[in-house]
Write a protein that binds this ligand. Structure first.
Ligand code: FES
Length: 110
């Protein structure tokens, strides 16, 4: 299934945004990070406990905006890979999702 998420201009660089998708009746929470003109998408679930990561709506990045940060126990994840480099789930990974820029739109193939 192809879903248009937003316009690429809807997410600042650096910045992040969450989305709820309905996939065959199942609600899937995802988020997108825009950094250095690249977009990266992940399932919104911390590998430590499974909770959503953001501390405020659409706020997934640490203060320096160099890492994705889990708001519950402060785990840090690389933006381009989702690999956890600090915290209780160090060595684990966020689950990536396939996204694509088509014209001025950001789409996913979930
Ligand atoms: S729930 Fe994310 S680091 Fe503990």
């Amino acid at each position: 299934m192809t879903t248009t998420l937003c316009l690429i201009s809807d997410i600042t660089d650096p910045g992040s945004k969450s989305f709820q998708l309905d996939v065959n009746g199942e609600e899937i929470n995802i988020f997108i990070v825009h950094k250095d003109a690249q977009f990266h998408g992940f399932i919104n679930s911390c590998p430590h406990t499974g909770v959503n990561l953001e501390w405020l709506e659409d706020q997934f990045l640490d203060m320096d905006q160099n890492f994705i940060q889990c708001s519950t126990h402060d785990a840090l994840f690389e933006i381009d890979t989702g690999h956890c480099i600090y915290g209780p789930c160090a060595g684990d990974n966020l689950t990536p999702i396939q996204i694509q820029v088509v014209g001025n739109r950001l789409i996913t193939h979930i």
